[in-house]
Design a protein around this ligand. Structure first.
Ligand SMILES: Nc1ncnc2c1ncn2[C@@H]1O[C@H](COP(=O)(O)OP(=O)(O)O)[C@@H](O)[C@H]1O
Ligand SMILES: [Mg+2]
Length: 218
């Protein structure tokens, strides 16, 4: 579904990605591990089209994404890619349900139907009681589940997660990981997850390790 081809990226004199190649199949969970500074976030940003590589390309269902203009690329990102970060990045002034609805509204979904989708997701994530709470009124685990619900609201083709459990205790981390596998099993969702969590890496369908700007076991 997604093909990452020979991606290179430098920041000034620092070459962070030195030729990254791999494929992402639908309905699979890929875990990317590696030391801090290895280039994992840089790679995930490029996969999410948030930044451009210096060399190489990303084919999404056969189409080269960086050939799109900025407007098409923004629409593509909003529709096809769900992001989950280490810190939830929920908007503090909005409630849980409003945060989840937002990407759907941006995609042009009618308010009622965005709300229905958000409610369904809240229910699925055992968060129905928390719909009207603001992020500051939620626990860390709940905040991350809202962030995952937000990432899913537009039914993206792939969810890119950057250390999603990095800020959670082990129990909440486990619950979040279980959720990813549930979503894969039940709905055929596809995940690329950067993680330091060995349990998650072991459970994943493919575990890739990044070192010095390259993927080792690929
Ligand atoms: N926007 C940027 N400008 C300059 N250097 C950057 C930028 N983003 C990342 N880097 C550098 O690139 C290297 C890889 O960073 P990153 O991809 O965040 O690694 P990881 O997520 O594996 O910890 C680091 O040395 C980091 O300092
Ligand atoms: Mg990182």
């Amino acid at each position: 579904m997604i093909e990452i081809k020979n991606i290179e990226k430098s920041f000034g004199a620092l070459k962070v990605l030195k030729g990254i190649d791999f494929k992402v199949e639908k309905g699979k969970i890929i875990a990317i591990t590696g030391a801090s500074g290895a280039g994992k976030s840089t790679l995930l940003h490029i996969m999410g089209t948030l930044s451009k590589p210096d060399k190489g390309e990303i084919l999404f269902q056969g189409e080269s994404v960086f050939e799109k203009n900025e407007r098409d690329l923004a629409a593509f990102r909003n529709r096809q890619i769900g992001f989950v970060f280490q810190f939830h990045h929920l908007l503090p002034e909005f409630t849980a349900i409003e945060n989840i609805m937002l990407p759907a509204l941006i995609a042009g979904t009618a308010k009622n139907s965005a709300m229905d989708k958000a409610k369904e997701l809240l229910n699925y994530f055992y968060l129905s009681e928390r719909a009207d709470h603001k992020p500051s009124e939620l626990s860390g685990g709940e905040q991350q589940r809202v962030a995952v619900a937000r990432a899913l609201v537009n039914h993206p083709s792939v969810i890119l997660a950057d250390e999603p459990s990095g800020n959670l205790d082990s129990e909440n981390a486990k619950m979040l990981h279980q959720l990813f596998f549930d979503l894969r099993d039940r709905f055929d969702h596809t995940f690329v997850i950067v993680t330091h969590n060995h349990d998650l890496a072991e459970m994943s369908d493919y575990a890739l390790e990044m070192k010095d700007g390259l993927l080792l076991n690929n």
